[in-house]
Design a protein around this ligand. Structure first.
Ligand code: SAM
Length: 222
């Protein structure tokens, strides 16, 4: 019989603090400790919900080193939650490695349903959603062109994450691959005060963001 504890993957809001589910609060209150991508970033959320569970750091720079200790704690019947700075851990955030290790070591993993940026962006894009491909961030340099070529051949709706300061460069790269007239969607600041869903050709988006400096977090849907 498996007597280990459980690893809970807990999504947190991507802007609006009210997007925290009741079950996420319950789990974060009940676990032995919380692994957080950045403990300072998570503090306001945890304080808002009066969650006083001890916090430990878990990020892409230390995950390889602390993985074994986390596994020992889980095997010793401790329940642990993983949160990232925003949204669902392991979606363009740390988390994959610990989930894989738990599965390989017969430790139960539960991922709570909750906030993630790409679902609202996809739904609001108005693009067909029976098949879509989540790419996340494009490689910055090495492999970027290969990845762009690869996605240009996919007969599916494609989702990319992008930061505001790289948006115009990415739109220009997409223009070279898909052509200026390709219709896309850009969702900005989802669940925040200045939430915006723009739809138009790649060229129109380039014109728009040349006039209005890109600000906030972005999802591109092609
Ligand atoms: N784990 C997160 C998730 O589940 O969506 C993603 C984390 S990734 C480091 C951050 C990227 O997600 C941003 O650069 C942006 O592309 C997207 N993102 C996060 N919050 C967003 C928001 N409120 N509106 C639009 N895009 C957002």
């Amino acid at each position: 019989m498996n007597k280990s504890g459980k690893l809970f993957i807990v999504p947190t809001p991507i802007g609006n603090l009210k997007d925290m589910t009741l079950r996420s609060i319950e789990v974060l209150n009940s676990v032995d400790y919380i692994l957080a991508e950045d403990t300072r970033t998570s503090q306001p959320l945890l304080q808002h919900y009066n969650i006083q569970t001890p916090l430990k750091s878990y990020h892409s720079f230390n995950e390889h080193y602390i993985l074994q200790n986390i596994l020992i704690d889980l095997k010793n019947n401790k329940n642990i939650a993983l949160i990232s700075d925003a949204g669902t851990p392991a979606i363009s955030d740390p988390g994959y490695l610990i989930v894989k290790h738990c599965i390989d070591n017969n430790v139960k993993v539960e991922c709570l349903p909750g906030p993630t940026a790409f679902i609202p962006a996809l739904v609001c894009s108005g693009k067909p959603l029976h098949h879509f491909v989540f790419i996340g961030f494009l490689p910055i340099k090495k492999g970027r062109q290969t990845k762009l070529q690869e996605i240009s051949l996919l007969p599916y709706t494609i989702v990319l994450y992008e930061s505001p300061h790289k948006l115009l460069k990415t739109l220009n790269d997409l223009k070279n691959i898909f052509g200026a007239e390709k219709p896309i969607g850009i969702s900005r600041e989802i669940s925040k005060i200045f939430e915006e869903h723009l739809r138009g050709s790649i060229e129109e988006m380039i014109q728009h963001f040349t006039k209005h400096l890109p600000k906030g977090e972005m999802v591109i849907v092609i």
